[in-house]
Ligand binder design. Sequence first.
Ligand SMILES: [Zn+2]
Length: 400
Amino acid sequence: MTQMLDVLRGLRSITATPGRGCTRIAYTHYEDQAHDYVWERLRDVPGLRRVHDAAGNMFVVPEAPVTAGHPHVLIGSHLDTVIEGGWLDGSLGVVAAMHVLSQRVGLGADVSLVVFRDEEGVRFNTGLFGSKVFAGRCQPTDLDATDGDGVRVRDVVPDPAGCRDYRPPVDPSVFLECHIEQGARLVTREKRVGMVTAIVGIRRFALIGTGSANHAGTTDMLRREDALVPVAEIVGRLPTLVEGIEDAVITCGRLSVQPGAPNVIPGRVTAIVEMRAQDESTLDTIEQRLRGLVDQARGSRAAEVELQPSVVVPSAPTDPEVQACLEAVLATRSIPFDRLASMAGHDTQQAGQRCAAGMFFIPSIDGVSHNPAEDSRYEDVELAGDIMLAWAEACLARCS
Ligand SMILES: [Zn+2]
């Protein structure tokens, strides 16, 4: 068993749900324990020390002070998980970064590791919290988010004021992350690495139907104003809006029908529609198509229908120079790779607000993730460590 697999298995055993995948919810004993385990496995590497920032993000940095103006590479990911999640989501990126640190002994004080807190956002219904603090973008509302027991983020972070007025323990020029793909594109295309060109932008809308609740038996079909009918027609056609567009998806994952009784015609319906795509112009196109559908439905039915924007997360392109370094590494080693957008959010999109940032994926078997069955081939896990090391060195060479 290689060192990386050994550490990953050690992390897998730290879970609130033994036998049912990894459950390490943010700011719980389990996340703390995973952070400590990583440091335990690194503490024998000479020349490193551990520091925490205001959010409780853990950094493993060179003991010698980092020279200002000198290029510095930061690598890492997260160790919190969803409930009954997989063993590689987040952990892979941390363990690949540990591999780089342990290989760079004596090669100069130019690489640090970070483990971000609360990437998944399960507990406080947020996400990317630790990396958002690192990016210097933490808002009071982020600290006031509460969990199911009424505990606020500001109650669990080491230094709430420091999250707003943030000073990072290191000032990197580049951030690099590797992660499992969590989808099936690499497996389908028979590629071993996915070079992430951008992390998708997300737009959510409330599609609201307004009609008139009435008796489902006595109201004849010509007289009713059923709020669900136009909404259901639009939802049924959502897949056509992204036809022919690569790396774009659209979903209605929440539908509320009021008053919600089998014998009452729906008077008000709210459907949440979410679209994701790799750049803003593609999102504009899909949004335009959606508005077209709504316009069509409006007027053709007795009930009214309207679209209200709710959440907007801009797409985050990765740094072209950092991509070029990765491409050179992959080309030299003749590793089959593809360029793709990340369809899920990642710490890289926040870190990219502080410094140049880039990311790559290795394949997920059958595209399964956020599930105990999540897995990748062992040779791909090891490849992730090797690429991470070569990429960090290529970035440093390019920066200096
Ligand atoms: Zn993750």
